[in-house]
Design a binder for this molecule. Structure first.
Ligand code: XMP
Length: 512
């Protein structure tokens, strides 16, 4: 069993970032609820425990507290931010409510190297965000670093291997933060650092088998990265006990249904059900031009179709979803509200409750780039693992105005040319998104000796890190020229191509 560092989650927005940083050091790390009993941790070969930060004060009436026996487990404990206050509060130190919150950068000066600061400079910049302050050392501890505002910015009890940091080593703004975490892993916890994606696959398979037993799982496959990776992983664990449902809503890109059938049905030999519902969707969308109405109609029919397919399959116990960590809105119950634990946003329209399905989310500890690495490990092809985001309502939000089979076809052909040329230029995987948009306007052109009166295609090609902001990609003019020429020459019904040069904000990436 591979070694695990348990990160107890006290509600900081950075908790998962800690776990992720440790995984970057090839040590498997997993986030647990703050009050997880030590018996659970002991079952998992835990080599060290990190108490994360959190928004509470240790003095609050319902302040989240760990199982106090973590201090008797005989493994190193590192408290970060709120975790440090907990060390003070629970191990007989002195914590005070601070008059001012220390937030932002400060300079950390190392007073004693110890294990945590081994081979690091004497002073460096760190990132803070805390209210309470440790003013008296817990029993057996000594101070090892300070900042302008905190005498006890870092503390240690090397005898018991307990450590505390007032700052956040896991965030980018803390210089040498990774080195501090690495020292904790390799100098304090004596981790081996032999964790890889391949070992993650093995342990996930064990866990999925244990959870699912001999029951049946259903998964809504969208063709996107997350659901594809979840499908491949669960398939490897339970094979025929998984059925994937792919809804063809008639709003997909060219050849997409065939590609999904070929990959998951033929290559991976999964139980794949393709719900061919294009007519139903297009019929309900007839005459609809309002973007929000389009989205609502598509969402509702999707749930209907999906539900019918699940019923046809018969006995189903689990609904699997490709929820990844950033999809999880709320991860920790604070104070009186333990029910708030983990809400995820991908649930298929209340289906789990109605059909009494349990949820299986094998990717919910991972960030997007980790999911991609996992997909590669599972043998998914590059065009799936590295595919650009595609909106749930599909081409419906890229055909501006009314959706007709003709408009959709024009868009599909233009989009295919754009994708092809972006790939040929080795740029498809370098931009965030590159797609065509069908505009419901006709303009005059001339082809040969004839006057034309045809549609307009807009090219939307953007760079972005997280889709929150985006900028239009500055592509070589020769490439744009080629795309435009090919679309106008090869796609019937288009005589003009325009380039969208708006950034987000104020524009959005999609046109609807
Ligand atoms: P916007 O247009 O808001 O898009 O700048 C941000 C990112 O989200 C994608 N997007 C959607 N994805 N359902 C989805 O699953 C939707 O309704 C939807 N609308 C936009 C968009 O492609 C971009 O990556």
């Amino acid at each position: 069993m591979s070694e695990v560092i348990a990160v107890l989650d006290f509600g900081s927005q950075y908790t998962q970032v800690i776990a992720r940083r440790l995984r970057e050091c090839q040590v498997y790390s997993k986030v647990y609820r703050f009050d997880t009993p030590v018996e659970t941790l002991q079952q998992e070969n835990v080599r060290g425990v990190i108490l994360s930060g959190g928004p509470s004060s240790v003095f609050a009436k319902n302040a989240p507290m760990p199982d106090r026996r973590v201090f008797e487990m005989g493994v190193p404990v590192l408290g970060i931010c709120y975790g440090l206050q907990l060390l003070g509060f629970l191990l007989n130190g002195k914590v005070e409510k601070s008059t001012h919150r220390e937030y932002g950068r400060s300079r950390l000066t190392i007073d004693r190297e110890g294990s945590l600061f081994k081979d690091l400079p004497e002073a460096f910049q760190v990132w803070n965000s805390h209210g309470d302050r440790l003013i008296g050392l817990p029993e057996g501890f000594r101070q090892i670093a300070h900042t302008e505002n905190s005498d006890f910015a870092a503390i240690e009890d090397p005898e018991r291997s307990f450590y505390g940091l007032q700052f956040h080593p896991e965030v980018f703004h803390s210089e040498y933060g990774m080195d501090v975490l690495r020292n904790f892993l390799f100098k304090v916890c004596n981790c081996k650092g032999d964790w890889t994606m391949a070992s993650y696959v093995d342990s996930s398979i064990d866990r999925i088998r244990e959870i699912v037993g001999d029951k049946h799982v259903i998964l809504g496959l969208s063709g996107g990265v997350d659901s594809s990776v979840a499908a491949a992983l669960i398939d490897r664990a339970i094979g025929d006990q998984l059925t994937c449902v792919f809804v063809d809503n008639g709003l997909l890109r060219k050849n997409e249904v065939e590609a999904v059938e070929k990959l998951f049905g033929d290559t991976f030999e999964m139980n794949l059900v393709v719900a061919r519902s294009a007519d139903l969707f297009l019929d309900k969308l007839k005459g609809v031009t309002d973007p929000e109405r389009k989205r609502k109609i598509i969402g509702n029919i999707f749930v209907e179709v999906f539900e019918q397919e699940v019923e046809k399959i018969g006995e189903v116990d689990f609904l699997a979803q490709g929820t990844i960590y950033p999809d999880i809105i709320e991860s920790v119950p604070i104070g009186d509200n333990p029910a708030a634990l983990i809400k995820s946003h991908h649930n298929v329209g209340g289906l789990p409750e109605r059909m009494k399905l349990k949820i299986l989310e094998p990717l919910n500890q991972l960030f997007k780039d980790e999911v991609r690495r996992l997909g590669e490990e599972l043998g998914l092809p590059k065009n799936v693992v590295w595919r650009q985001p595609f909106p749930g309502p599909g081409l419906a939000v890229r055909v501006i105005g009314e959706i007709t089979p003709e408009n959709l076809n024009i868009l599909r052909e233009a989009d295919t040319i754009l994708i092809e040329e972006m790939k040929n230029a080795d740029l498809y995987y370098k931009v965030w998104q590159s797609f065509a948009v069908f505009l419901p306007v006709r303009t005059v052109g001339v082809m040969g000796d004839e006057r034309t009166y045809d549609n307009v295609i807009a090219l939307r090609i953007v760079e972005s890190i997280d889709a929150m902001t985006a900028d239009w990609a500055q592509l070589p003019h020769e490439l744009l020229q080629k795309i435009s020429n090919r679309i106008i020459n090869e796609v019937n019904g288009v005589n003009r191509v325009v380039l969208d040069i708006s950034s987000k904000p104020p524009s959005t990436i999609e046109w609807e």
